[in-house]
Design a protein around this ligand. Structure first.
Ligand code: HEM
Ligand code: NAG
Ligand code: NAG
Length: 470
């Protein structure tokens, strides 16, 4: 009986996938002019896409192969839908500059449901602009200053535990960045039961849509929604304590609650507050974790770069008379570190493509793209363009000494949707790296360059190392 049930279920899924595929074949008539292959029935080109995705080089070879055959704009059928990929600086300008509302952000269904309708990521146009303005303020360089000491102390404490044991850099980076952002947003203490609950809920939420949205029946989505509700209940109780005046803090929530009390134009509802606190967590956590982890990995693989970087930081430490009391002005004076960070974001391309939906018909490279089409900007190919980045596989931070052509480096994106958390991410990474290279040298415990099959690119083995004191 159970076996029979399973067969019916499988047949049903195959039928659904088949219908989706047929539907997209018919809609592909509108894009008849755009070259590309749709691959096998039902699965399309998903298999080669995913196997490339988890390989060390990522989707680069998938893209290269098709760009050679079809040019800079091509269509394919991956992950349950027909998608147009585009690459090049020209395409980046059209898709990212947001002129004339040609394109808007395109989230998968699960992401939309979990984040809620008033998230920065689910709004467009004027509503999006207003939210950006409100959210950008507490993330500005000035506003970040007051979180500096917390970040500095936490980095020192985290690294205190590293000596002489097997460390998974990705786990450490993940715990560090989550504690930082939870403290910034709602003043959550870095240790204790609340932090544990918060972390557990966040993990479930994030895995409900951080993985590739394959059309497999599963309950990750459902569990994600439930964890989201628990997180929102927690935020509700913090918000009501703040409203009652029992608690005043200098965090992100407090800044927005003050707005809340202000004039109408700047008012945010509780739903908007919660949706956007979750949005910052989701958009900021895995990305910063991945950035920090890749940076440590690239340093491990490039001893010359590590040497130069360490020199910059030992000089700072000397000015601090050998103490760990890094200051705000020190962080704003780390030129080589900034180049290393940019080179890390270029080489790793943590978000390998940016998804958009055509808000109206437009043409690119002589092809017409119809309104409603999913279009993806292939950023990996832009970051590996040998005309801009000579010897693109090489990790070479000094290449950023040259002024780059517009739209050639998109580590934090560009235009109206450029990353609003950029300054925070840079701050966290600068502080952490300072203490790391001043105290330790380290060796990887495994040679494995595979990549996790999640939307945010991360080393699959979490980069295990052992650290020794300098
Ligand atoms: C190394 C770390 C980070 C990287 C590489 C990164 C990268 C990016 C990129 C490339 C985009 C643009 C995506 C697109 O155009 O489709 C973006 C958007 C965004 N990022 Fe980041 N990010 C990082 C850290 C953060 C942090 C710490 C936060 C929050 C505190 C954050 C919040 C956001 C949000 C909310 C958006 C959406 C903006 C919008 O749609 O208007 N990011 N990020
Ligand atoms: C380091 O020591 C010198 C001399 O003792 C002192 O003038 C200077 O202020 C100290 N710097 C810091 C950052 O403590
Ligand atoms: C790093 O990239 C950003 C663009 O995201 C640019 O503004 C900045 O000048 C670059 N920094 C260095 C040191 O190259």
């Amino acid at each position: 009986m159970a076996i029979f049930g399973a067969h019916v279920l499988v047949a049903f899924i195959v039928a659904c996938a088949g219908l989706l595929w047929l539907r997209s074949r018919s809609s592909s008539k509108e894009m008849r002019d755009i070259p590309g292959t749709m691959g096998w029935p039902v699965i399309g080109e998903t298999v080669s896409f995913i196997s490339d995705f988890s390989s060390p080089a990522g989707i680069l070879s998938f893209m290269r192969d098709r760009q050679k055959r079809f040019g800079k704009v091509f269509k394919t059928y991956v992950l349950g839908r027909i998608t147009v990929f585009m690459t090049g600086r020209e395409a980046a300008k059209i898709l990212l500059s947001g002129k004339d509302g040609v394109v808007s952000l395109n989230l998968f269904y699960t992401g939309k449901q979990v984040l809620g309708p008033t998230s920065l990521l689910t709004t467009n146009g004027e509503e999006h602009k207003k939210l950006r303005r409100l959210i950008g303020e507490p993330l500005s360089i000035d506003a970040l200053k007051k979180h500096f000491d917390f970040i500095n102390e936490l980095a020192v404490q985290t690294l205190d535990t590293w000596l002489g044991r097997r460390v998974l850099v990705l786990e450490e980076a993940s715990s560090f960045t989550l504690k930082v952002i939870a403290n910034m947003l709602v003043s959550l203490e870095p240790e204790g039961e609340e932090q544990e609950k918060f972390r557990a809920n966040f993990k479930v939420i994030s895995s409900s849509f951080a993985s590739l949205p394959l059309k497999v029946p599963g309950t990750a989505f459902h569990r994600g929604l439930k964890a989201r509700n628990r997180m929102y209940a927690m935020l509700d109780s913090v918000i009501s304590r703040r409203r009652a005046g029992g608690e005043v803090r200098g965090d992100f929530l407090q800044t927005l609650l003050r707005k809340h009390a202000g004039d109408d134009a700047d008012k945010l509802t509780d739903a908007q507050l919660k949706d956007n606190i979750l949005t910052l967590l989701v958009a900021g956590h895995d990305t910063t974790t991945a950035g920090l982890t890749w940076l440590v990995k690239f340093l491990g693989e490039n001893p010359e770069v590590l040497g130069k970087l360490r020199e910059e930081h030992l000089q700072i430490r000397e000015r601090l008379n050998g103490t760990s009391h890094l200051g705000w002005s020190d962080v704003n004076n780390m030129p080589y570190t900034n180049k290393v960070m940019n080179e890390t974001l270029r080489r790793a391309t943590i978000l390998p493509w940016f998804s958009r939906k055509a808000a109206q018909d437009f043409s690119i490279d002589g092809y017409d793209v119809k309104k409603g089409t999913s279009v993806n900007l292939d950023v990996v190919s832009i970051h590996h363009d040998p005309a801009v980045f000579a010897d693109p596989e090489r990790f070479h931070p000094d290449r950023f000494d040259q002024t780059l052509k517009p739209y050639s480096f998109l580590g934090f994106g560009s235009g109206p949707r450029m990353c609003p958390g950029m300054n925070l991410a840079r701050l966290e990474i600068c502080v952490f790296v300072h203490h790391l290279v001043c105290r330790y040298s380290w060796k990887p415990l495994e040679e494995d360059d595979s990549v996790q099959p999640t939307l945010v690119r991360m080393p699959k083995n979490k980069y295990p190392i052992i650290a020794t004191a300098l």
